[in-house]
Write a protein that binds this ligand. Sequence first.
Ligand SMILES: O=C1O[C@H](COP(=O)(O)O)[C@@H](O)[C@H](O)[C@H]1O
Length: 261
Amino acid sequence: MPGKQPNLFAFSDTSGLAAALRNYIVTSQHAGLQRHEVFKVAVSGGSLPQTLAQALLAEPKSEEDVIKFDKWEIFFADERAVPLDHEDSNYALIKKELLDKFPASIGQPIVHPIDVEHLNDTQELADQYEKKLVDSFAKGDSVRLPIFDLLLLGSGPDGHTCSLFPGHPLLRETDAWVAPIEDSPKPPPRRITLTLPVITHAVKIAFVATGEGKKEIMKEIFEEGNGLPCAMVNEAAGDRVSWFTDNAAVEGVQFPRRSFL
Ligand SMILES: O=C1O[C@H](COP(=O)(O)O)[C@@H](O)[C@H](O)[C@H]1O
């Protein structure tokens, strides 16, 4: 892997992982608030929200460690073209696992779900979501790409991330910020996703991958790359990428681990 390498952190259990992830998110939150008084983050669905909840719902250890949720703007790294209360909705998942569990007293984030008016037309669904990004990131100026403070992503057992799947033509998208997909190999087939240029332009990118089921693909991502979407993010964003894994997910993976300080 040429250039600066991604950071690979491996923990013996999910509680160690969650504590480190919280620390990383809080540092990223401080940086975002210093930059523009708001913390702009995009989240994935899948197995991530549960670990994320474990990280964020823990009691702060100090004033520095407080999650300033009322300063967060939350977008979706990808979303399925289903109603917001559907069992396949990433919004519903994040709501159930995280948003509903955060005490209202500490303030609520601004959350940007998809516009369900356009569920029948995934191109329009993606365009409308892109418009939300333009409104939030460009504010009337012309910007080439939005710059998220942090992306919180998962990796599928096939090496997909967001709704960017191995070998799919969407991996070559260079213009759109948000793109539709009608043939996702993982159900449901109709979705929208942030595109690679947006993902790799973020200030920080964190992947969370846990469990033995991810071991084979982690080996491929870190040792061969093979054009897998996760490997493409590693290659393009280098040390702006951090992987939070458990030992089971990276057993036998030939790539230097870093210790989380
Ligand atoms: O379909 C999706 O899958 C990925 C990975 O999910 P995981 O359960 O293997 O962690 C997820 O990151 C993405 O948001 C979701 O739509």
